[in-house]
Design a protein around this ligand. Structure first.
Ligand SMILES: Cc1ncc(COP(=O)(O)O)c(C=O)c1O
Length: 281
């Protein structure tokens, strides 16, 4: 679809937002500085990034061609790489992303930066993935890999499988829950919930990803990190997913049980305050 003009209208609570009528970016990729159409770019099959999922990555969202919270994404990428003992040339990666962004114009979409064990720096421009205005969740039992704590690694097969398992039971997304019943996050997003009228999210101590959107929603809303047990899911008043590509996505039901409101007032406030911060950035 290189060169094609495509437009997306994001609908939230049933009304189109005027600022979200945007041109999608073209799908372009850079491999160690060489730029071309994403589907034509290649890496050697011997790269352990491919063979073993050994590498790290980040995805930032582009608003009018500019990546939101890019510094925070780069910081997390450096931490992830250091934790898995992966050295890479940060300055080269930044320059390569800038060169790719120069081709993005003022489009909406995502920029993905991948660092592989085989020494490749891969940057990919892509349109925003489609997300429904609200979603439903199905719980999936999941034990986070302790050794990959605080690492956004390429080893995402378990997360992807959890999403497929949720889809098989008719839900839009998985809600990961430990074998001991502690609610964690979704495969590619943080989880927020309202209990006793207050907004909470599971704590990082439960080995979930230090999501950048989660951080921003915590700062903006004053929500607190609090453990949630699966037995309490029936008591939730509201819930939403939060991530770079979703921003805030209301949850309408968990394991087939409808939540009282989707979106409820805490969800609407979180979505609006996050969008205001993004617009002001
Ligand atoms: C496991 C997991 N949790 C949460 C998130 C949300 O993180 P962020 O807000 O930084 O996009 C992601 C993003 O991909 C993720 O993979």
């Amino acid at each position: 679809m290189v060169g094609a003009d495509r437009y997306v209208i994001v609908v939230f609570q049933g009304s189109a937002r005027p600022w979200s009528v945007l041109r999608d970016v073209d799908e372009l990729a850079s491999v160690n500085g060489t730029i071309g159409p994403a589907e034509e770019m290649t890496i050697p099959v011997t790269d352990d990034g491919l063979l073993r999922g050994d590498g790290v990555f980040e995805v930032a969202r582009l608003y009018g061609g500019r990546p939101y919270a890019w510094d925070e994404h780069l910081e997390r990428l450096q931490r992830s790489a250091a934790n898995v003992r992966l050295e890479f040339d940060l300055d080269a990666a930044k320059a390569e992303v800038d060169a790719l962004l120069a081709r993005a114009g003022a489009g909406d979409g995502t920029i993905r930066l991948v660092i592989t064990r085989g020494g490749r720096r891969i940057a990919i421009l892509a349109p925003l993935p489609a997300h429904r205005p609200t979603t439903t969740l199905a719980t999936v039992t999941y034990a986070p890999t302790r050794v990959l704590d605080a690492v956004k690694s390429l080893s995402y097969a378990a997360n992807m499988l959890a999403g497929r398992m949720a889809a098989e039971s008719g839900a839009g997304e998985a809600l990961l829950v430990t074998p001991h019943g502690r609610v964690l996050e979704a495969p590619t997003s943080a989880f927020f919930y309202v209990l006793d009228g207050r907004l909470h999210t599971p704590p990082l101590a439960d080995h979930i990803l230090d999501s950048i959107t989660r951080r921003h929603v915590l700062e903006l809303t004053g929500a607190t990190a609090r453990v949630l047990h699966r037995d309490q899911l029936a008591e939730l008043e509201e819930a939403f997913l939060a991530s770079t590509t979703r921003e805030v996505q209301p949850v309408a039901a968990i394991d087939g049980r409808a939540l009282p409101r989707a979106p409820g007032p805490h969800t609407v406030t979180a979505a609006e305050w996050l969008r205001q911060r993004i617009d002001a950035s």
